[in-house]
Design a protein around this ligand. Structure first.
Ligand code: NAI
Ligand SMILES: N[C@@H](CC=O)C(=O)O
Length: 342
């Protein structure tokens, strides 16, 4: 039996959900990938825990003060890092040091936060290549909504002409609540925060930065663009008033905050802003905290995907999809899971 040791850095709601889901899937990993997947270390900003034999959930509340930081994770001997710290695209956030350190030391890395990928994506991609390891980022690229997967696999070989996406759950939830439930901006935002999907500083959602981060990651990692935040014009929804919502409603239009990218012979232009859709458009019908992407390619035409899922489970599952892709590539062909009789 192979052994894969996993460490998680960033132990908030998504980090914990990922740890719990991983533990619940260990037996499946044994059967399908002939691999004993052990969670050997977790840490938050100031404390952590390590055990080379593997951690169980009852120890998640026994973190020791001082056990935190990239050095601690390295010392854990993990083969795979899952990074789930805060997103900060302006500095790369605490995730940047963890990811750099894991990739340099030859550890496969699954990134859930967006900051480091936006700030230093090019460097991290080249570090992964030099070290011969896998850098996966489904959690950071709209999580439960498949985005980079579509570009890397389903639409492989096609030239992407246009991408348009409702990539941020919080703003979609807010606009939907204001349009269909008549809620005010502040009340709708309170509900998004209670739902656990708004960023720690929700201005990153409402001012469009989270959408911009995801669009940039999808463009750079999905179609090989080299965008920086300075290349994007970014507008949010913070100035949307009840009057504007009512005017759109009267015209049969539904407002959405979208990331939009066009590729004209390699010249890529990207922006984030409000776009209104007629009811017949699939994007008009993306409700609540759901997300969606429309990709137009030269050979396969238009593809639309709509994703939902309850947080933080959905993001945890997106990260563990990346884990399975790593196991599949490292441990060989998967064996179909035996059905249990009900
Ligand atoms: N909540 C959601 O629906 C989704 C979240 N994300 C991303 O996942 C990441 C985590 O989100 P949440 O768990 O909701 O946030 P959270 O705020 O609950 O968790 C972040 C954790 O990182 C820890 N942290 C801060 N500095 C650290 C450091 N230097 N070392 C280790 N840990 C550190 C914090 O103590 C906190 O526990 C964020 O980057 C977010 O953008 C991505 C997709 C969906
Ligand atoms: N704040 C984000 C969470 C995931 O990236 C959102 O609302 O989509």
């Amino acid at each position: 039996m192979n052994v894969a040791r996993v460490a998680i850095a960033g132990f908030g709601s998504v980090g914990r959900a990922t740890a719990n889901l991983l533990l619940s899937r260990r037996e499946a990993y044994r059967q399908v990938y002939r691999t004993d997947v052990r969670l050997v270390a977790v840490c938050g900003s100031r404390s952590g825990i390590v055990d080379a034999n593997g951690l169980e959930a009852e120890r998640f509340d026994l973190l020791e003060f001082g056990l935190s930081g990239p050095d601690f994770i390295e010392a854990s001997g993990a083969d795979i890092l899952i990074e789930a710290g805060p997103s900060d695209f302006r500095t790369g956030g605490p995730g940047l040091a963890y990811i750099r350190s894991a990739l340099s030391a030859g550890r496969d890395t699954i990134v859930i936060s967006k900051g480091a990928l936006v700030h230093s994506g090019r460097e991290l991609r080249s570090l992964a290549q030099t070290s011969g390891v896998m850098l996966k980022l489904s959690g950071a690229a709209a999580a439960a909504l498949p985005t980079v997967d579509l570009l890397e696999h389903s639409l492989k070989g096609c030239r992407v002409l246009e991408i348009e996406g409702i990539l941020n759950a919080t703003t979609n939830f807010l606009l939907d609540a204001m349009t269909t439930r008549g809620l005010g901006f502040d009340e709708a935002l309170r509900q998004a925060q209670a739902g656990g999907f708004a960023e720690a500083d929700p201005r990153n959602d409402t001012e469009g930065w989270d959408t911009a981060s995801k669009l940039l990651i999808i463009a750079n990692f999905g179609i090989g663009a080299e965008l920086t935040m300075n290349d994007l014009a970014v507008e949010g929804i913070q100035t949307v008033t009840r009057e504007r919502i009512e005017a759109w409603h009267a015209q049969g239009l539904v407002p959405k905050l979208v990331g939009h990218l066009t590729n004209s012979n390699g010249e890529i232009r990207a922006s984030v802003g409000i776009k209104t859709y007629p009811l017949a458009d699939p994007l008009a019908n993306v409700r609540g905290k759901d997300k969606a992407i429309r990709i137009i390619t030269d050979a396969m035409g238009e593809t639309v995907a709509i994703g939902s899922g309850k947080e933080p489970l959905a993001t945890a599952a997106a990260a563990l999809k990346d884990l399975e892709l790593i196991l599949m590539s490292r441990c060989g062909r998967p064996i179909p899971l035996k059905k249990t009789s009900s």
